[in-house]
Design a binder for this molecule. Sequence first.
Ligand SMILES: Cc1cc2nc3c(=O)[nH]c(=O)nc-3n(C[C@H](O)[C@H](O)[C@H](O)COP(=O)(O)O)c2cc1C
Length: 435
Amino acid sequence: MKLRPKLCIGMSLAPTWLSLEGWRLPDSNIEGLYSSDFALDVAKRAEAAHLDFVFRPDASFLPLPIMEHSFGFSSLDPTLLMTSIARETEKIGLITTISTTFGHPYLTARQLMSLHWLSHGRAGWNVVTALQGNENFGQADMPSSEARYARAVEFTEVVQRLWASFPSEALLVDRDSGRYADTDLILPIHHRGAHFSVQGPLNLPAWPGPRLPLMQAGGSKFGIDFAGQVADMVFAMAPDLASASQMRAELSTRAIAHRRQPRDIRMLPGLSLYLGDTREEARALFEATHRRVNRGQRVARLRDATGLDLSNWPDDRRVAVTDLPADLGPGQSAHHRDLLRQIIRDTKPTAAELLARPEILTSVHWQIIGTVDDAFAEITRWFEAGAIDGFIAVPGGAPHSLDLTLEQLIPRLSEAGLFRKSYRGNTLLSHLDDD
Ligand SMILES: Cc1cc2nc3c(=O)[nH]c(=O)nc-3n(C[C@H](O)[C@H](O)[C@H](O)COP(=O)(O)O)c2cc1C
């Protein structure tokens, strides 16, 4: 049963529609990638479609081989990018990504509250624990998933306490009396924890309006419990309806365990959309986009995610779950590995079939390769089944996929009563609660 009457929809600003071959198209505007105009154009169009938010995933490392052929993980700092978008938009939510594994809560609390002020209450935080990048922060190894989430819990708590340490009510700004602030209300937090010592208070008052919502991304049991504790939204990896339903159910259980309501957490899988005016066009777009991903690269992607190395396997040999190594390597996510394991169990593929799957070629996100009608039907089916509360659009292949998403798919969902036709509020939290 669905938990809310309308979908919550976000748009990823990672220009997935330009990855692999997409940037080479004449209309890609790739030269503007490191300008704010590039993302602003998408954000303005997403705002015209009344989306809840735009969102920028982020990483703090650069795998070089990808850069030979595409822009990979190179990107502007997401919080600075959102700040530049804030000036030029009025309604749409602006969700940035900051890692709790590499950052510090005082700086993070200040940056995020700054974005919240500068956007008049539209900021959101995608709290990630990151999978790689430790060597850029003086750490020999990546901490385990459990250790990363233990730090994330403390980090987030400190950030929230810092936001509360200088409440907006403390600001008096009374010219007559000359009192600027009521310092009895601005209090240190005296935090001494396993990972951080933070005295506080924050050197910035809280924005005097709805709070700043949190998003979480990461599907291990530690990640889901963390989401149950703090998240308003979860950016999820769910390639099929069964895994989405399972994730939705687990989030509800963990929300209740933390004395929250299941509907307090919106389960939003990434939705990869290869859209065309016909199914044939969409399929051709998908294939053209991935034509340079050779066997070696596909083998490497499977090996990076699961540890299984198919380099020397003949194409027609079947893969079984028992072929997967039991132990996780550094930088591997159990959740990602388990989703691929499930695909292998369900489809019993040959090596060639497994290496041709979209989950290997692109990502383990929900994939729709088809027309706007196909996408509309599929989204409706998942939503009515109560498996999702919305999605984060990750268009692929070409700018045309992005255009069809914003200009046809979203209006179709609005016409069908599944999504808003106009904004009722001006803050991110008001959009999330807009039922
Ligand atoms: C859908 C999804 C999106 C993610 N996006 C990011 C990201 O933008 N930046 C990042 O550093 N990590 C990202 N992560 C990694 C997570 O923050 C987390 O470190 C990782 O998934 C391991 O946690 P887990 O074991 O709970 O899955 C993402 C994970 C998922 C599932």
